[in-house]
Write a protein that binds this ligand. Structure first.
Ligand code: AMP
Ligand code: GLY
Length: 443
């Protein structure tokens, strides 16, 4: 029999942080973490062209697949807390390995990451715990899928079971399109991620993202956010990783939040514990607010991007301390992160062609930015040998602003965006249209 003894050590050293990842999400985490005066160094591995513009942030290139070397390196850097940004290393068990080597890690073990890396597992999980979600079928052959699709009244949503960078979800308009999508997945477009298909009843309503920082038992909530997943204005075009966001969303009223906590957040944490999953990281609830109440569309085991960039500027310096307490399994549950009473909005600038093929390597020129309550978080950027900032990804950068109301937020964001230039720059002009009183379709 083994015993786990956690000795509360509330004042554990918190000076050197490692953030794994290379996106805007990780840069914004670094930006929020550096606010705490106890923090000396923040290593971003691998980071991107904008990481070192953030105070205390240093880029480093650690090979996370060479685990023994990684542990040696982290010891020599005297790392106090590891924050794992993206889902892929979490799904691969990086959290488990670092914990076994006595590091405090913010990010779940592989068993917790399964909520994101297997959609069918997450659906079964919700069914067992009576958590509201759409009806679903777990399918392992095209023939079985055809039977379900043919017998359903309306077209079903079709999803590859595993990780597919947000590209494995199809929302067909007809049964024929459902069959085509199922075939594409079973034909191997997403490799192993598509060995199982999840068919889902299509549900409707606005979507919101809720983030709970968990220590395995207790949790602290961050402000709600709303993402804009479609590429084009009026929420048209293909799904992307996210084209912009705003926070907090007025849609999540205190009453609705109570309902979400009671029906979704608490039952999720209880079910994790029932399954003996010690979840220490952020639980991301992608919700749809339907006529019959909030339902879970998906769980993620990491912060959303660009929701993270949008929310981070609203948090005070205690944020990193809460991350550490979660990693240690030591939350009391009454910790308060002071949240600014401002509103925050984020617009993403992408390379032409994203989310399909696009070219990179174009120089990014930034003019006169009104930097008060405004941040630029690089996502897909790199630095040339002579220090020029270049495009290096589909989503290139996010511009995030805070102000007294959403009209002021987006006025500033779009004014600043006019000062950012690179070949093929693309962004939506209607981010936050849901909350901008003076929105006319132009900026
Ligand atoms: P997911 O990766 O599972 O979050 O799906 C991506 C997007 O597809 C979601 O943000 C929704 O807009 C949409 N979606 C997913 N599942 C459903 C569903 N059952 N009904 C309607 N829309 C859905
Ligand atoms: N913004 C959606 C996501 O990160 O999955």
């Amino acid at each position: 029999m083994s015993f786990k003894l956690t000795i509360p050590n509330i004042n554990k050293k918190l000076e050197n942080i490692l953030i794994i990842g290379s996106g805007g999400r990780e840069n914004s985490l670094g930006w929020a973490i550096q606010k705490n005066e106890s923090i000396k160094k923040i290593y971003l591995s691998p980071g991107n062209g904008g990481s070192e513009k953030i105070k205390k942030c240093i880029r480093i290139n650690l090979d996370i697949t060479e685990k023994k070397d990684l542990v040696k390196n982290l010891k020599s850097l005297d790392i106090d807390l590891v924050v794992i940004g993206p889902e892929i290393p979490l799904a691969a068990g990086l959290g488990d390995y670092l914990r076994k080597n006595d590091f405090d890690v913010f990010g779940p073990n592989q068993d917790g990451a399964k909520l994101e890396y297997s959609k069918s597992w997450a659906k079964e999980f919700m069914k067992n715990a009576n958590i509201p979600t759409s009806k679903f079928w777990k399918i392992d052959s095209f023939e079985k899928a055809k039977k379900v699709i043919d017998s359903s009244k309306d077209p079903l949503v079709v999803k590859a079971d595993g990780l597919a960078s947000g590209k494995g979800v199809f929302i067909p308009k007809s049964k024929d399109e459902c069959l085509q999508a199922t075939k594409i997945i079973f034909d191997g477009k997403f490799g192993e991620s598509g060995q199982v298909v999840v068919l889902e009843e299509k549900i409707e309503g606005p979507e919101v993202s809720i983030f709970a920082l968990c220590d395995g038992e207790k949790y602290v909530l961050l402000p709600s956010a709303q993402d804009h997943k479609r590429l084009n204005e009026n929420d048209e075009g293909p799904n992307t990783g996210g084209m912009g966001a705003y926070s907090p969303t007025p849609l999540v009223t205190p009453d609705l939040l109570e309902e979400i906590i009671k029906e979704i957040i608490k039952p999720t944490i209880d079910e994790l514990r029932r399954k003996k999953i010690d979840y220490r990281g952020v639980l991301y609830f992608g919700l749809m607010i339907t006529n019959s109440g909030p339902k879970v569309i998906e769980y993620n085991c990491r912060f959303g991007d660009p929701e993270c960039q949008t929310i981070m500027p609203l948090l005070d310096k205690s944020f990193v301390k809460v991350l550490q307490l979660c990693a240690m399994g030591n939350l009391k549950g009454n910790e308060k992160i002071d949240i600014s009473n401002k509103f925050s909005g984020c617009v993403i600038a992408t390379s032409k062609g994203y989310p399909n093929e696009y070219k990179t390597g174009f120089q990014i020129k930034i003019g006169m930015i009104d930097s008060k309550d405004c941040q630029i978080f690089d996502s897909g950027t790199s630095l040339s040998e002579n220090g020029k900032l270049l495009t290096d990804g589909g989503r290139v950068l996010s511009i995030v602003c805070q102000d007294k109301n959403f009209d002021m937020v987006f006025e500033k964001a779009y004014k600043n965006l006019k000062e950012i230039h690179f070949e093929g720059i693309y962004f939506r002009n209607d981010i936050g249209h849901q909350v901008r009183k003076n929105f006319s379709g132009e900026n």
